[in-house]
Write a protein that binds this ligand. Structure first.
Ligand SMILES: Cc1cc2nc3c(=O)[nH]c(=O)nc-3n(C[C@H](O)[C@H](O)[C@H](O)COP(=O)(O)OP(=O)(O)OC[C@H]3O[C@@H](n4cnc5c(N)ncnc54)[C@H](O)[C@@H]3O)c2cc1C
Length: 202
């Protein structure tokens, strides 16, 4: 944990020059390590002693001893290993592509997708929730347009809803999928810190 420093205590500014008295009982820390799963024969999510694995990795990669202290500070029960899953970019006309008259729910224009439901990305760039919030803002504009139409004409047919969902998706898709790519895309072989496909977190 960092040294205490002047800042805020329970949301209130502390006196200039004084030491912040944050509540250690309520403090939390998240520490994540990402590994390209394809480099390991075993499924690393199944490893029993996850702490030992993390420390072996730190040692073999010569990481600073401070990271060992961090890993030691985490309770074993709080170490989780997961495979990250990412979304593949979709073409703009994806709804038409999945259209099937026998399954009208597929690509239905009244089903709007935001957040990880459409653009799950690796957490490396910290942009998943940010993009989900941006989706809300873009979708809201389109929804306001629909609400106006509903007020003036009473009923809004599916093809009108399709126009508005296209309006939303034409903003959301290039923006959010660019972050899927910048966060490492779908390729866990790329050796960049932004592209690792499995991580331990606590
Ligand atoms: C380790 C990690 C670190 C991250 N760090 C950041 C960060 O720093 N900054 C950032 O912007 N993003 C970060 N993200 C990404 C962020 O957490 C996600 O992008 C965001 O939570 C997506 O929000 P969402 O509402 O789309 O989906 P979710 O948060 O997944 O919400 C979906 C909800 O639906 C529920 N649900 C699922 N199925 C059903 C069902 N059948 N019925 C009812 N409910 C259901 C789920 O339980 C869940 O509560 C991180 C992700 C991870 C894994």
């Amino acid at each position: 944990m960092p040294d205490r420093s002047p800042g805020t205590v329970d949301g209130k500014a502390s006196k200039a020059g004084s030491v912040a008295e944050y509540n250690e009982q309520e403090a939390s820390i998240m520490f994540g390590m990402h590994f390209p799963a394809s480099e390991y024969e075993e499924d690393i999510t199944q490893i029993k002693d996850k702490r030992a694995f993390m420390k072996d990795q730190l040692k073999s990669r010569n990481w600073h001893h401070g990271y060992h202290q961090l890993v030691d500070a985490i309770s074993s029960d709080d170490i989780y290993a997961v495979h990250n899953r990412t979304s593949k970019p979709l073409p703009n006309d994806w709804r038409n592509n999945v259209h099937d008259p026998s399954k009208p729910e597929l690509g239905h224009p009244r089903v709007w997708l935001i957040g990880d439901a459409i653009h799950a990305m690796l957490p490396s760039r910290g942009m998943g929730a940010n993009q989900a919030l941006h989706d809300c803002a873009d979708a809201l504009l389109a929804l306001q347009g629909l609400a106006g139409l509903s007020e003036s004409s009473g009923k809004v047919p599916d093809d009108k809803v399709a126009e508005f969902v296209n309006q939303y998706e034409s903003k959301m898709m290039p923006r959010a999928f660019s972050w899927v790519k910048k966060s490492g895309g779908v390729n866990d072989r790329v050796r960049k810190t932004s592209s690792f496909s499995a991580h331990f977190t606590s």
